[in-house]
Design a protein around this ligand. Structure first.
Ligand code: UDP
Ligand code: MG
Length: 140
């Protein structure tokens, strides 16, 4: 069991098009352990709170509309150096700049609909995991 974790979301475009299974397989094959996992449909208020760091940015309203457009899969993933290793696996925010073999390179359809979220720091991983999961669900 790894001591380190990150938080991830499979975004609506990927869930809608049946990519949940393939993305989970890639995450597992890349050595991450899934500690907790759930499918949710966020309300606008929840999405605005989750993404509050981006409030005021030009892409904020579109991002909220997209992230509330359908169900998402939220999860806590364990690995050594989890935040950095998972950001490597997902690739750049803009899929045209993402490295070959990364999740975004394979499954993103645009900068906005880039298939997956990954926390950008250990501090944000704690905040984001706590946003969606209770202690009861985090049984490891
Ligand atoms: N996003 C967007 N347009 C942009 C930048 C970001 O629609 O110009 C969306 C995209 O879905 C991205 C999310 O907003 O994943 C959060 O942006 P951030 O800069 O935090 O990128 P990430 O950490 O997800 O790579
Ligand atoms: Mg980010």
């Amino acid at each position: 069991m790894y001591s380190d974790f990150t938080f991830s979301i499979i975004k609506p475009n990927a869930v809608r098009t049946g990519k949940t299974g393939p993305i989970l397989a890639l995450i597992n094959e890349s050595g991450f352990e899934i500690e907790a996992l759930r499918m949710v449909r966020m309300t606008v208020a929840q999405a605005e709170s989750f993404y509050s760091i981006h409030k005021g940015k030009s892409f904020f309203d579109g991002l909220i509309e997209f992230m509330t457009s359908g169900p998402v899969v939220v999860m806590i993933l364990r690995h050594d150096n989890a935040v950095e290793e998972f950001r490597k696996l997902i690739g750049a925010t803009d899929p045209s700049k993402a490295a070959p073999g990364t999740i975004r390179k394979i499954y993103a359809v645009s900068v906005q609909m880039n298939a997956v979220h990954g926390s950008d720091s250990a501090e944000n991983a704690v905040r984001e995991a706590d946003f969606f999961f209770s202690g009861v669900e985090r049984f490891h």
